[in-house]
Design a protein around this ligand. Structure first.
Ligand SMILES: NC(=O)c1ccc[n+]([C@@H]2O[C@H](COP(=O)([O-])OP(=O)(O)OC[C@H]3O[C@@H](n4cnc5c(N)ncnc54)[C@H](O)[C@@H]3O)[C@@H](O)[C@H]2O)c1
Ligand SMILES: [Zn+2]
Length: 362
């Protein structure tokens, strides 16, 4: 070998991500960011979010930064597109954002995903802060550094791993009423509880059906769910294992979303995936029947679906989507199965037939 170079660079970037979780945390933003070199903030939100929490956000940012601007984006998945990404980059240029600027993503998972991706690309990466305002955002999307936008072909098709400098999880920012985005987030909490946090699962069982949880209960659910996700993530921060435990319910969910052209929301799709994996696990005697019933019962109490009847054409698309996943994973359909309340394994030999049967509820 010729003399040359053989060195290892530490390429971790950004170097750290601080997660602050507390009711009222946003009010303390200036204290949380004390010592930062960033002088300017540009926050990004859709109109609904601006109407709901804009005053609070703007006031908190003005206490922390000398200069504050706002960019308005399209809501939900409408903004999480390549066009939305290009729009954000254009707005950042127009506002002369530089390396001493931080972008503040305020909203649900689609906003934190697309803004994080724009932050990763603009000037080859400038800092950003996540302020999630939906349950999915707080317990899932804003934690873990996965950022992306959708293409016409697939969800999250283009993206990166790019952590925010700070994640401010303030349950006071969640909508007061428990409408659709809230239900979606509950499915993610059931997911992480079932495979890794028995006590959290019991808290979900204690939730009265169709009742708004008290602030105290909600805060505890969010806190435990974030801790459980972080505990699993630290084992596999870059998802080198495509089939990690956090994927529970998602093998089925992604295929269902594809088969139904996203006419089904992510939360219900995940719930059906959790139920299907639970049935398979009981059939294989990996999970006791009573525990299996508890998983299905908790989903139903939270008004999440546990089965779906697909029409022939949709079922074919579901099978095709699963086959595609198998291709990506070198011929394997590895599915996360629960083995107890708070425990799960990655099962190597689940078949497409197993999944098509179990989503029907049989
Ligand atoms: N990066 C990850 O690891 C990860 C994890 C899970 C989900 N996601 C992504 O997150 C997205 C779903 O996120 P979501 O469920 O938060 O929904 P969303 O971001 O698609 O939409 C949220 C909707 O709720 C409204 N909203 C948000 N906060 C509100 C508030 N406080 N009051 C009133 N209305 C409010 C918004 O205007 C928007 O219309 C998907 O794109 C999914 O791929 C990413
Ligand atoms: Zn999910």
């Amino acid at each position: 070998m010729h003399a040359g170079l053989n060195l290892t660079l530490n390429v971790g970037r950004p170097a750290a991500c601080t997660i602050v979780l507390a009711r009222g945390a946003l009010q303390n933003l200036a204290e949380i960011l004390a010592g930062t070199t960033v002088r300017r903030a540009i926050w990004v939100a859709d109109q609904t979010v601006q109407a709901a929490v804009g005053n609070l956000v703007d006031a908190a940012l003005r206490r922390a930064f000398g200069s504050v601007d706002v960019i308005t984006i399209e809501p939900g998945e409408q903004g999480k597109t390549l066009a939305g990404f290009a729009f954000l980059l254009g707005e950042l240029e127009r506002l002369n954002a530089d390396r001493l600027t931080t972008i503040v993503a305020v909203g649900g998972g689609s906003t934190t995903d697309s803004v994080g991706f724009a932050a990763s690309a603009y000037l080859r990466g400038i800092p950003y802060i996540c302020v999630p305002t939906t349950l999915t955002g707080q317990v899932d999307a804003a934690v873990g550094g996965k950022v992306a936008v959708n293409t016409t072909a697939a969800k999250n098709a283009v993206g990166a791993f790019y952590h925010p400098s700070h994640v401010i999880i303030d349950p006071a920012l969640l909508p007061a009423h428990l409408e659709i985005p809230f239900r979606d987030g509950l499915a993610e909490i059931v997911k992480v509880a079932t495979i890794s946090d028995g006590p959290l699962f019991e808290k979900l069982e204690d939730l009265a059906a169709d009742q708004v949880p008290t602030e105290q209960v909600l805060d505890e659910l969010v806190r435990r769910a974030v801790m459980a996700k972080l505990a699993l993530l630290t084992k596999d921060p870059f998802e080198t294992e495509l089939d990690r435990l956090l994927n529970f319910g998602h093998e089925t969910a992604h295929a269902l979303e594809k088969a139904l052209g996203h006419a089904i929301r992510h939360g219900p799709a995940v719930a059906i995936g959790i139920a299907a994996a639970t049935r398979i696990s009981v059939k294989r005697a990996l999970l006791g029947e009573p525990e299996g019933c508890r998983v299905l019962a908790v989903l139903e109490r939270l008004s999440l679906p546990v089965s779906i009847d697909l029409r022939k054409s949709a079922e074919q698309r579901f099978v095709d989507a699963l086959r595609q996943v198998m291709l990506v994973r070198a011929g394997h359909l590895r599915v996360v199965l629960p083995t107890g309340i708070g425990h799960g394994v990655i099962a190597p030999a689940v078949t497409i037939e197993d999944l098509t049967t179990s989503i029907r509820g049989s």
